[in-house]
Design a protein around this ligand. Structure first.
Ligand code: UP5
Ligand code: MG
Length: 210
């Protein structure tokens, strides 16, 4: 598979480790569980920077990058893009941002993603926010999203669910075994879900109210 790596994500000494001290929270959950929706609210209330791996990959397609066609084909098939591509995009986004706390949404999606990210960046998540939602509810949300996403059709949605069950749930299980998972019941209305999310972030991280 033709993967083109961009060396611009590397530091001056050629090392690819993230060299500033940053705090990372992984936001995981099935397709349509509400990761993006809740991340926007967390940004607003708790001052994190939101990095959606899927959004970064879609921007890479739009930018006409040499990896664009490969990424587009993987997304249409609901497959997981090679780690080095996604990690390079995440690393670059972290480097380019002055903030020191990041929500990484939709990544890592398999064990290999997880291991490679740890190895390349040296970063471990503070915790993992897990949006737990029934497949029935996720499917209905995706089918009524209407934002023109090429993967929001029933064929691709089924493939995304399979990949989630087979490859992504084991990552959540891994973090559970490390005591790092904060499970949220994501099938409730947006506001109710956020009440649960707030309880995870507040009070330690809350912006000081004035
Ligand atoms: N909605 C949200 N919350 C709701 C609620 N509580 N009640 C009712 N409706 C709710 O929400 C989805 C829809 O539901 C929206 O219309 C929203 O209004 C409504 P959203 O917040 O967008 O859910 P999210 O979990 O972000 O769903 P998304 O479709 O983005 O999840 P995926 O994980 O499938 O998509 P992602 O963009 O992360 O990845 C897409 C593809 O990119 C993957 O399939 C894969 O091919 C590739 N990819 C990689 O290869 N590697 C990566 O690391 C990341 C992605
Ligand atoms: Mg999303």
């Amino acid at each position: 598979m033709g993967i083109v790596l961009d060396s611009s994500n590397k530091g001056a000494n050629g090392s690819s480790t993230v060299d500033k001290k940053v705090k990372v929270v992984f936001v995981l959950g099935g397709p349509g569980s509400g990761k993006g929706t809740q991340c926007a609210k967390i940004v607003e209330h708790f001052g994190y920077t939101h990095l959606s791996a899927g959004d970064l990959l879609r921007a890479e397609i739009k930018s006409g990058s040499e990896n664009g066609t490969m990424i587009q084909n993987m997304i249409k098939e609901g497959k997981i893009v090679p780690s080095e591509v996604t990690i390079a995009l995440l690393q670059r986004a972290i480097h380019e941002n002055k903030n020191d706390k990041f929500l990484i949404d939709g990544f890592p999606r398999n064990e290999e993603n997880r291991e490679a990210f740890e190895h390349v960046t040296g970063l471990l998540p503070e915790f993992v926010l897990f949006f737990d939602c029934s497949e029935e509810e996720m499917e209905s949300r995706l089918l009524s999203r209407n934002q023109g996403r090429e993967d929001d059709n029933i064929d691709t949605i089924r493939k995304r669910f399979n990949v989630y069950m087979e490859s992504s749930l084991p990552v959540i299980e891994y973090y559970k075994s490390k005591g790092k998972v904060q499970r949220i019941d994501a099938s409730k209305p947006v506001g109710e879900v956020f009440e649960e999310v707030k309880a995870v972030f507040a009070p330690s991280d809350a912006k000081i109210a004035v």
